[in-house]
Design a protein around this ligand. Structure first.
Ligand code: NAD
Length: 469
């Protein structure tokens, strides 16, 4: 077991929780640590502290806040190895991927530390001057899922703080440890109350999102919970960023070299054991290359090394928690019933929430594995005859997060990508999220944007000052 000296952060103080929760290592199913759990009173204290800290923090110069964020990035960097290891222990992903998550987390913090919200002159003539300032909103609640605990926390914290807001953070109950370690750094570097961290057992989200003193909710999680957040936020018309589920299609055009693209497609589907909102979750392959692609993906999936993420050489770790593991097993059952398993198809016969990388072919479009978000290491490979048909089927989804087109002819690929109804489409690459490029889900995959200047401005209210000369 790890040290169980984890504390909540409320009003600048590291405090015990009113209760505790057990945090489980998904690779061993053993107790990893005991984390503090907040009660309703501690939630109220956290919100009150953030509210009290807002006037002073929002009054500081943006460059002062940027400098403080840089100090925070330096402090995280010093503990890079410790954070990476802890991500693997609580989340399950291979250590190399955890290191990648930490690199991206620090990169985001440094990007926003340098960002700016300059006053814009909208109009000026001899009679008038009209300007727009982007002012902070107040207390922001940040609610995170369990698949990328540090990255998805930082994409909220960095822009919200730079813009001058104060915050209450709530990590997912199964991955609170890295956020709790992060709050120790906040306690040393930020003024009291600017960041507060509470932990729940999936029971305080509603109180947080309906609270009258919360001005904005920045939420990443499932579409079902996102709808509850939206409903809860309506009482006081809170601002919202919702980054929700996806069922991303990957379309392979018939001019590719199957052996070249298959490893990249497999990585797009199996990365983080498929627990990526933007993972390739349905693959459309032209009938002329269908058999070859299924065979190649099956060969590669069978060869993947699935093990504890701390073991050197591990390519895929376990699913993050038992509930998700049980859910993914029901998808395996459906896949066996409705289609043909090319590789995998079962949970591993060992301790830990391990599922073999699974490739399924010959599934009907109506199958649950095609219609719903599996959020696990199972890729359905679907056959198409015409590109128009592949595009129509890719778009036949309530989700609209991302997608990919794999092709040799880039003009043709661009034409296909332009017809996909999602917030992001990649061509011949995948999951390339850059700090200065906005990312936004369409349809039921989200509301608002994260990353880039657009992501920063989502933590502000545009305010116009219109003066006569
Ligand atoms: P989830 O919706 O179950 O939980 C997310 C968070 O919401 C957790 O912190 C949870 O405690 C909290 N929560 C639970 N009930 C709540 C309520 N009533 N009000 C407010 N908060 C509440 O999601 P999950 O299972 O942790 O994460 C997986 C999902 O997240 C997948 O659907 C995935 O696609 C999505 N996701 C989306 C993105 C994106 O950027 N679009 C990124 C990562 C994950």
């Amino acid at each position: 077991m790890e040290d169980d000296d984890y504390k909540l952060l409320i009003n600048g103080k590291l405090v015990r929780g009113a209760a505790t929760i057990d945090v489980i290592n998904p690779a061993t199913e053993e107790l990893l640590a005991i984390a503090p759990r907040s009660d309703r009173d501690q939630l109220e204290e956290a919100i009150a502290a953030a509210k009290a800290a807002f006037p002073a923090w929002s009054a500081t110069l943006i460059r002062t806040r940027g400098a403080i964020l840089k100090r925070l990035a330096d402090a995280i960097e010093v503990k890079h190895a410790e954070f990476s290891r802890l991500i693997t222990l609580e989340q399950g992903k291979p250590l190399l991927r955890a290191i990648g998550e930490m690199n991206a987390t620090i990169g985001l913090l440094r990007y926003f530390a340098e960002a700016d919200l300059p006053m814009k002159v909208l109009k000026e003539d001899d009679k008038q001057k009209i300007v727009q300032r982007n002012v902070p909103l107040g207390v922001v609640a940040a609610i995170m899922p369990w698949n990328n605990p540090m990255l998805l926390m930082m994409i909220k914290v960095a822009p919200a703080l730079l813009a001058g807001n104060t915050m209450v953070l709530k990590p997912a109950p199964t991955t609170p440890l890295t956020t709790l370690r992060f709050c120790e750094l906040c306690a040393n570097i930020l003024p009291p109350g600017v960041v507060n961290v509470i932990v729940d057992q999936n029971d305080l989200g509603g109180a947080l999102t309906t609270h009258p003193d919360i001005a904005k909710v920045a939420f990443t999680g499932s579409t079902a919970t996102g709808k509850k957040v939206m409903e809860g936020a309506s009482g006081t018309l809170k601002r919202l960023t919702l980054e929700l589920g996806g069922n991303d299609a990957a379309i392979v055009l018939d001019d590719v070299d199957v052996k070249t693209v298959a490893p990249k497609i497999l990585a797009a589907a199996m990365g983080n054991s498929g627990q990526v909102c933007l993972a390739a979750k349905r693959l459309y392959v032209h009938t002329s290359q269908y058999d070859e692609m299924c065979e190649e993906l099956g060969r590669l999936a069978t060869a993947m090394i699935v093990d504890d993420g701390l073991k050197q050489g591990t390519e895929m770790g376990p699913l993050q928690n038992r509930a998700q593991y049980e859910k993914v097993k029901t998808f395996l059952g459906d896949a066996k019933r409705d289609g043909k398993i090319v590789a995998g198809g079962d949970a591993l016969d060992r301790k830990g929430y391990f599922i073999a990388p699974t490739i399924v072919r010959d599934l009907p479009d109506e199958s649950r594995l095609v219609q719903e978000e599996q959020f696990g290491p199972i890729l359905p490979v679907l056959r198409y005859e015409t590109v128009e048909d592949a595009i129509a089927r890719a778009n036949d989804s309530e989700y609209g997060l991302g997608g990919t087109v794999w092709a040799s002819n880039l003009d043709r690929a661009f034409e296909v990508a332009s017809q996909i109804h999602t917030g992001t489409v990649w061509i011949n690459k995948h999951l390339d999220l850059q700090a200065d490029i906005p990312f936004a889900g369409s349809k039921q995959s989200g509301v608002g944007a994260e990353f880039g200047q657009e992501g920063l401005e989502q933590f502000t209210q545009p305010m116009v000052i219109n003066m006569a000369k």
